[in-house]
Design a protein around this ligand. Structure first.
Ligand SMILES: C[S@@+](CC[C@H](N)C(=O)[O-])C[C@H]1O[C@@H](n2cnc3c(N)ncnc32)[C@H](O)[C@@H]1O
Length: 339
């Protein structure tokens, strides 16, 4: 029997009890259309013009802030790890910017169980990998396997945009223990909330003829317009649940909701192409996002949760721009209310 070790000294999770093959098959078959749906044009790394543009911009601001904070320590090299990297867009963004802000050496590894997504990530990162000072690799790998990285060797660990939603929540403790073991700096993750708008994960909702999210079985059934059917593990998180899962292993610097308002207020061009928000309306949405993204009544209705963890006991570094330190902003994590 194939056994996936969840973490050192942790309970082994038999791969046969999980749905890895169904997940890998779904993302493999989605191919390039997943990339377009999730990231837009793969050549425009910082355009952030997908359906999830607002949330992606906030994730990017967070990652850039962490890159700058690490750079402000005068560290010249950086190691980055991306768990469930999909087509690798986030890792390419971070590596490209890390070189641009002056890291001499950038070592980055992304892995995913969907081999076709990994192959796409390898193709798209070929130019980046050829740059001096860049060591970027993408591999097929399972998040439940022990990580190859040494203790406290990774400066920035990522697990973004719904990877966690596909994993059995009851088996996540050893995964977070393993992430905490390797992470010397920051862990940044995002996952769909219990109150999020619907998603079929691998493509646009409009491609689905029918879908059903079963929150008791944590499973999503989708029938696509072309008659194809998929059944995927899909567990939706409350902020309190995600906080409680990570908190035993890492200090939580922030947990917030991403995209409470933008997605819901976005006009649908299929319905009314003229219905674009005015600049003032978009500013009002930004203000609402800022006001309510950590509000316990609202956070679980965001599209995603964004959690920033860090190694316990690390000294807070000055919040910086890459031109130099600007102000010291102590992290003020508030444990979300249990509902
Ligand atoms: C919604 S996609 C997100 C991909 C990528 N992080 C991004 O932001 O575009 C979820 C990804 O998680 C991967 N995944 C699911 N279970 C996994 C596991 N056990 N180990 C590694 N990757 C996994 C899937 O193959 C898929 O590529």
């Amino acid at each position: 029997m194939e056994i996936a070790l969840s973490a050192r000294n942790a309970r082994a999770v038999p791969a046969s009890e999980r749905s890895d093959r169904a997940i890998a098959a779904a993302y493999n078959r989605a191919g390039d259309s997943y990339l377009t749906y999730a990231d837009g044009d793969p050549g425009q790394l910082y355009a952030f013009d997908s359906q999830y543009a607002h949330g992606d911009r906030v994730i990017w601001e967070t990652l850039f802030d962490k890159l700058c904070a690490i750079r402000a320590t005068r560290q010249r090299s950086i190691r980055i790890l991306d768990l469930g990297c999909g087509p690798g867009t986030w890792l390419r963004r971070v590596v490209t910017r890390a070189r641009a802000i002056g890291f001499d050496k950038v070592i980055a590894r992304g892995f995913d169980i969907a081999s076709d997504q990994v192959r796409r990530a390898q193709e798209l990162s070929a130019d980046l990998a050829a740059q001096p000072g860049v060591d970027i690799t993408f591999e097929v790998g399972d998040i439940f396997e022990p990580l190859a990285e040494a203790d406290a060797s990774v400066d920035l660990t990522l697990c973004l945009c719904g990877v966690l939603n596909h994993l059995p929540a009851a088996d996540l403790a050893p995964v977070f223990a393993e992430i905490a073991r390797v992470t010397a700096g920051y862990f940044v993750t995002s996952a769909r909330t219990v109150g999020s708008t619907p998603s079929v994960y691998i493509g646009a909702l409009a491609q689905a003829r029918r879908f059903h999210q079963d929150n008791r079985l944590n499973r999503l059934e989708v029938e696509f317009q072309n008659g194809r059917h998929i059944s995927l593990p899909s567990h939706l998180f409350s902020a309190a649940e995600l906080y409680a899962l990570v908190a035993p292993y890492m200090a939580i610097e922030d947990i917030r909701g991403l995209d409470l308002f933008h997605g819901r207020f976005a006009g649908d061009p299929r319905w009314n192409p003229q219905c674009e928000g005015s600049a003032r309306f978009v500013r009002q949405l930004e203000l609402l996002e800022k006001t309510y993204c950590r509000d316990p009544e609202f956070v679980d209705h965001a599209t995603h949760l964004l959690l920033v963890g860090k190694r316990p006991g690390t000294t807070p570094v000055a919040k910086t721009t890459c031109d130099g330190p600007v102000r010291n902003q102590p992290a003020t994590p508030t444990q979300p209310e249990r509902r």
